[in-house]
Design a protein around this ligand. Structure first.
Ligand SMILES: Nc1ncnc2c1ncn2[C@@H]1O[C@H](COP(=O)(O)OP(=O)(O)OP(=O)(O)O)[C@@H](O)[C@H]1O
Ligand SMILES: O=c1ccn([C@@H]2O[C@H](COP(=O)(O)O)[C@@H](O)[C@H]2O)c(=O)[nH]1
Length: 267
């Protein structure tokens, strides 16, 4: 981008958009470059699907049986989101009897992951068919390939990532007593699904944690998952004014800096 198009620093700029030399002071420049250097998320995607509507996405991730679907059902009652369960989209695809259906069924029964182009294709189709601009995408991304295909095909960055952290034994116990008639809720497939979660999904969650995007609905007082904590993430997820910048995130806390006063604060 040429320098004539450069704009003042704001939350909507990337480093390339900002006329670093003439528009901001040395102090601001240093803090901005420092944030970029540390890999903090100082860029914002415009949340657009090519030629389509602008949308907001929250990814809801966690191991099998960690309570992702249950949590999403509660959130949609209050915050205007549409719940898109990727597992449900795949199960629907199986029922259509499409070419991919049998392949998806076999992969699910093995507890493995469906190729990303299929899953992302179904998510994109659902988003474009539903008249809403806010989506909870449940059970996605499951691996690094999912993440890169989603970013490449949609250009969307999640607002944040809700991580339903849950002990392995508890997930196993919940799945074995779920009673929804799912073919993959059996000892052998559950073992494989838990392994896929550890090997492929945890690295994606760690990637988002390094960008300060992970929120865990967990109450330290009661030492368990907690819907009220989850609520606060949705209540407080207003866009930051352009002068406020996230400096770093430690677990569920974030350190902000107010550019007007150069004063850090925590919340
Ligand atoms: N906080 C909780 N405490 C106890 N049981 C729970 C809790 N949350 C969900 N459950 C139960 O655990 C089971 C699994 O929950 P849910 O279907 O929401 O998990 P999930 O993460 O969406 O699973 P999957 O990835 O297999 O679709 C359900 O029977 C649900 O009722
Ligand atoms: O993004 C996804 C989501 C799901 N799968 C496959 O579906 C099953 C069941 O998913 P749930 O979220 O538990 O309903 C999962 O084990 C995978 O086989 C997928 O491949 N990609």
């Amino acid at each position: 981008m040429g320098s004539s198009n450069k704009q003042p620093i704001s939350q909507n700029n990337t480093i390339d958009d900002v006329d670093i030399d003439s528009k901001i002071t040395g102090c601001e420049k240093n803090s901005y470059l420092w944030l970029m250097g540390l890999g903090f998320d100082v860029q914002e995607s415009d949340g657009s699907l090519p030629n389509e509507k602008k949308i907001k996405v929250v990814f809801v991730v966690g191991g099998p049986g960690s309570g992702k679907g249950t949590q999403c059902e509660k959130i949609v009652q209050h915050y205007g989101y549409t719940h898109l369960s990727t597992g449900d989209l795949l199960r629907k695809e199986i029922k259509t009897g499409s070419e991919n259906g049998t392949m998806i069924q076999n992969i699910m029964n093995e507890g493995k992951l469906v190729p990303s182009d299929i899953t992302v294709g179904l998510i994109k189709k659902a988003i474009s068919e539903i008249d809403n601009d806010k989506f909870l995408i449940d059970g996605f991304p499951r691996n690094e390939e999912n993440l890169s295909v989603f970013e490449n095909l949609t250009g969307i960055e999640p607002e944040f990532v809700l991580f339903m952290d849950c002990p392995k034994e508890e997930m196993r116990r919940r799945l074995l007593s779920r009673n929804q008639g799912r073919d993959d809720d059996n000892e052998e497939t559950i073992r494989k699904r838990l392994q896929v979660f550890e090997d492929s999904t945890l690295p994606v969650i760690n990637y988002y944690a390094s960008k300060g995007k992970v929120r865990k609905p967990f109450s330290p007082q009661h030492n368990k998952q907690d819907h009220q904590t989850s609520d606060t993430y949705f209540k407080n997820n207003h866009p930051l004014p352009s002068e406020i910048q996230v400096l770093c995130c430690v677990d569920t806390y974030s350190v902000f800096i107010d550019r007007r006063k150069f004063a850090p604060y925590i919340c």
